[in-house]
Design a protein around this ligand. Structure first.
Ligand SMILES: Nc1ncnc2c1ncn2[C@@H]1O[C@H](COP(=O)(O)OP(=O)(O)OP(=O)(O)O)[C@@H](O)[C@H]1O
Length: 263
């Protein structure tokens, strides 16, 4: 059953007399609990699409519906995690998560319940031990985990991830990908993730949305990833289905829709 419905969405930006059509005729239905990745060359409009779903930008044409309600503005039911953590540097890890929790659950949960909820979410990303640290005192991977905890603490219907592991080294990245799979398995939430990493997309996703190059980019193909869960990266390294999916994405990106640098 469709949970998120993106229908005939287009997005243009106008500055002065110049209008750039970034996205054209995007159609995508996502089911509850699905993990969907969006992949495409730099500048094709992936972040623009995510921002439209987040309600941070308005569609130019078409519409986006989440559980029967049109998306017109940002809301806690669509939490975003950006590539570079967006924690407030003067607050502790705990207080950064608390800020979101107080906003969403300030009325519906007691102070004790809110405390337990903050700690439960920090536990989920294995950051409870660092609750009193400030962002400058923890590593990039840890900051990203706190950002994920903060987003999850809002109990969003959809988690929107804009290259969440893009700024991390390969080992930290692999560790966080594994944690993300575990969290998805445990909570069953709907995830939409932008990535440039083909292996990451295949490992984590139920479907991979492949975008054509801009301007006026659209969805070129959608690839199903029919791999059982839980998934283990080492076992998949030689799995035929995994390798076939990987090849399909690589062929889309580097054969059929090669990136051509604008002159
Ligand atoms: N607010 C804006 N005003 C004008 N143009 C914009 C705006 N936001 C994005 N664009 C343009 O839209 C296009 C797509 O940008 P976007 O950031 O969505 O691409 P992307 O696929 O996420 O890129 P990358 O992979 O490099 O992060 C770019 O040409 C960009 O310049």
């Amino acid at each position: 059953m469709t949970y998120l419905e993106i229908t005939a969405v287009g997005k243009s930006f106008t500055r002065g007399a110049a209008t750039t059509e970034v996205l054209r005729d995007i159609n995508l239905n996502i089911a509850r609990g699905e993990y969907v990745s969006i992949i495409g060359h730099s500048g094709c409009g992936k972040s623009t699409l995510l921002n439209l779903i987040a309600g941070l930008t308005e569609v130019t044409t078409g519409g986006i519906i989440l559980e029967n309600a049109e998306v017109t503005r940002p809301g806690p039911e669509r939490a975003v995690v950006f590539q570079n953590h967006s924690l407030l540097p003067w607050l502790t890890v705990y207080d950064n998560v608390n800020l979101a929790v107080a906003k969403v659950f300030g009325r519906s949960k007691s102070a004790a319940e809110r405390h337990d909820w903050i700690m439960a979410n920090l536990d989920l990303v294995q950051m409870a031990h660092a609750k009193d640290k400030r962002p400058t005192e923890i590593s990039g991977g840890m900051k990203q985990r706190v950002g994920i905890a903060r987003a999850l603490a809002m109990e969003p219907k959809i988690l929107l991830l804009d290259e969440p592991f893009g700024a991390l080294d390969a080992l930290t990245r692999a560790h966080l990908q594994d944690q993300m799979m575990e969290i998805h398995q445990r909570l069953g939430n709907t995830m939409i993730m932008i990535t440039h990493d083909v292996d990451e997309a295949v490992l984590l996703s139920d479907r991979i949305v492949m975008m054509t190059n801009g301007p006026a980019a659209t969805i070129g193909e959608v690839l199903e990833v029919p791999l059982d869960r839980p998934r283990k990266r080492l076992e998949l390294a030689s799995d035929r289905t995994y390798l076939k999916c990987r090849e399909a994405v690589l062929k889309f990106l580097y054969e059929r829709h090669r990136f051509v640098e604008a002159a």
